[in-house]
Design a protein around this ligand. Structure first.
Ligand code: BES
Ligand code: ZN
Length: 454
C-alpha cells in the first residue's frame, strides 16, 4: 500500500481521532480551561509519537505549552518542512446558538460540527495523518519534518515570539507549512499569499467615581457609556474610512496589477451575502468587497459593556464603560504605532467629562509571502492533482502572526495550505469542517511532501 492508499483506507480511524481531539475544550483565553489546554497538548504529543515521530515533546512556555515533534531521517540534503498549527480554540459562546454542543463533535452529512473543527484542529491534524501515512507505508518521509503546534494562537500568541527566538536552531527549516486558512470552494482550491496584521486594544471610560441614580443625576452628569458611544462613532468617517489621524500613513497601497489579479479570483456576491447573513455590504469607498476584507486595514468593536445588563430594568448612571477594539493591519503598518495613534485619538476626542484608559492586549504583523518559491510550486502541484483544478492565489483578512515571525526570526517563507471553506463559521456558533476537505487535505499534504522531496 502506498501513502495515498493508506490515507484512503484509514479515513474512518482518522475521523475518530479528530473527534477525540475536538472533545477537549482547549479554550486558551479562559483561565478555567487551562487543564483542558494541557490535556490537548498531551493528547497531541501522544498522537505524534504514534504517527511515527521519534521525537515528540510538550515544551513549557510562560503560557500554554508548545508541542514539538521532528522526523529528521531524510538526511541533510533533503529539505526540512516546519509544520505549524494551533491546538487551542476560541471560546464557544454564545452557547444557546449552537445546534449541537460545541465540544461534542457531531457529524451531519459531510461535515463535522464542533468548536475548533476547522480552526484549527481539523486542519493541523491533516499533516499529522499525512506523516503517518508516509511513515507507515514507506518507512520514511521524502523530506525532514518538524512540527510546532502552539496553544495560544487564539489569544495573540504571547509566548510564541520568545519561544521561537529561544529555539532558532531547533526550528531551522527551509519552509513553513500552515493549514489555518480556507479555500474558495470545495472544488475551487486557493492558496493564501497575504494575511493582515492585527492590534487589539481595550478602552475604559470613567465618568463618576461610583454608579449614580439616573433620576437624581441623569442630565447633569455625563454617562460614560453615552460618551464612549460618541467616541466610537467618530472612529470612521462617512466613506467608511478610519478617522484616526495617521492611520493610513504607512499603508502599502495595492498596485493596479494586484487589484487586477484579485478581481480575477472567483467571487459571487450573492453567496457572500448569504454566507455572512447581511442585507448588503459596507465599507471603505473605492474598494471591492474582496479588497476591503483582505487587503485594506479595518477597525471593529469586538465587544462593549458597562452599566446594567442583567434581566429586567435598573435605572443607573454607570461609573464606567468598556470597549474591545481590534484593527486589522496591512503590510508596513506597525501594530505598536497604530495602537498609540488609536489611544491618542480616543483621548483627544473624549469629552472633558470623562477619563480614558487604553490598554493594548496583543498585536501581530501582517505578511505577504512569495508566490514563486519551489515550495509554492510544490503546493500548487499537490492541490492541482488532488482537487483536479489549479489553485488561485488570494489574500485573506484574518491574521496568523506567526507567518511574519517566521520571516523575521527564521528567514523562511510559509506556504498557507488551507483546507477550510468560507462557510465554516470560524469563531462563531456551529463551526464545522467539511470532511471531504479533511481527507483531500491529507492527500494534498502527502503529495506536497513527495513533490518537494523530488
Ligand atoms: N485561522 C485563523 C486565521 C484566519 C481566519 C485566516 C480566516 C484566514 C481566514 C486564526 O486562527 C485566527 O483566527 N487568528 C486570529 C489571530 C489573532 C487572535 C491574533 C484572528 O485573525 O483573529
Ligand atoms: Zn486558526
Amino acid at each position: 500500500m502506498n501513502a495515498l492508499a493508506y490515507a484512503r483506507f484509514y479515513q474512518n480511524k482518522f475521523l475518530q481521532e479528530l473527534q477525540e481531539f475536538l472533545r477537549i475544550p482547549s479554550v486558551s483565553t479562559q483561565p478555567d480551561h487551562q487543564p483542558d489546554v494541557e490535556r490537548a497538548a498531551a493528547w497531541l504529543c501522544e498522537q505524534l509519537s504514534a504517527a511515527g515521530f521519534p521525537r515528540a515533546d510538550v515544551m513549557p512556555t510562560a503560557g500554554h505549552p508548545v508541542v514539538y515533534a521532528e522526523w529528521m531521517g531524510a538526511g541533510s540534503d533533503a529539505p526540512t518542512v516546519l509544520i505549524y498549527g494551533h491546538y487551542d480554540v476560541q471560546p464557544p459562546d454564545p452557547m444557546d446558538e449552537w445546534k449541537t454542543p460545541p465540544f461534542e463533535p457531531t457529524i451531519v452529512g459531510d461535515d463535522v460540527f464542533a468548536r475548533g473543527a476547522s480552526d484549527d484542529k481539523g486542519q493541523m491534524y491533516v499533516h499529522v495523518k499525512a506523516v503517518e501515512a508516509l511513515a507507515k507505508t514507506n518507512g520514511s518521509l521524502p523530506v525532514n519534518v518538524k512540527c510546532i503546534f502552539e496553544g495560544e494562537e487564539e489569544c495573540g500568541s504571547p509566548s510564541l515570539t520568545p519561544f521561537v527566538h529561544e529555539h532558532i536552531d531547533l526550528l531551522d527549516a527551509d519552509v513553513a507549512l500552515i493549514s489555518d486558512t480556507h479555500i474558495l470552494g470545495e472544488d475551487t482550491p486557493s492558496i493564501v499569499y497575504g494575511l493582515r496584521g492585527i492590534v487589539y486594544v481595550e478602552v475604559e471610560v470613567t465618568g463618576p467615581d461610583h454608579d449614580l441614580h439616573s433620576g437624581t443625576y441623569g442630565g447633569a452628569v455625563q454617562n460614560p457609556i453615552n460618551a464612549l458611544c460618541g467616541m466610537i462613532a467618530q472612529l470612521h468617517d462617512e466613506d467608511g474610512r478610519i478617522a484616526i489621524p495617521g492611520f493610513y500613513d504607512q499603508v502599502r497601497d495595492l498596485s493596479a496589477e494586484e487589484r487586477q489579479a484579485l478581481a480575477k479570483a472567483p467571487f459571487d456576491r450573492q453567496s457572500w451575502l448569504q454566507e455572512s447573513g447581511v442585507k448588503t455590504d459596507w465599507g471603505e469607498q473605492g474598494y471591492t468587497i474582496v479588497e476591503r476584507a483582505s487587503a485594506r486595514p479595518t477597525l471593529d468593536v469586538n465587544g462593549m459593556w458597562g452599566g446594567y445588563i442583567q434581566p429586567g430594568a435598573k435605572t443607573v448612571l454607570p461609573s464606567r464603560a468598556f470597549a474591545k477594539i481590534s484593527m486589522r493591519l496591512v503590510p508596513d503598518q506597525d501594530p505598536e504605532e497604530i495602537a498609540q495613534l488609536a489611544a491618542d485619538y480616543l483621548k483627544q476626542i473624549a469629552p472633558p467629562t470623562v477619563s480614558v484608559k487604553v490598554r493594548e492586549l496583543h498585536g501581530g504583523d501582517g505578511a505577504i509571502v512569495r508566490r514563486d518559491s519551489p515550495a509554492m510550486q510544490a503546493a500548487f502541484q499537490a492541490y492541482t492533482e488532488v482537487f483536479g483544478r489549479e489553485p488561485v492565489f488570494v489574500r485573506e483578512g484574518g491574521s496568523i502572526p506567526v507567518v511574519a515571525l517566521f520571516q523575521q526570526a527564521l528567514d523562511i517563507e510559509t506556504v498557507l495550505m488551507g483546507f477550510g471553506l468560507p462557510d465554516d463559521r470560524l469563531h462563531s456558533p456551529n463551526e464545522k469542517f467539511h470532511l471531504p476537505n479533511f481527507y483531500r487535505g491529507i492527500e494534498t499534504s502527502i503529495r506536497f511532501m513527495e513533490v518537494l522531496g523530488e
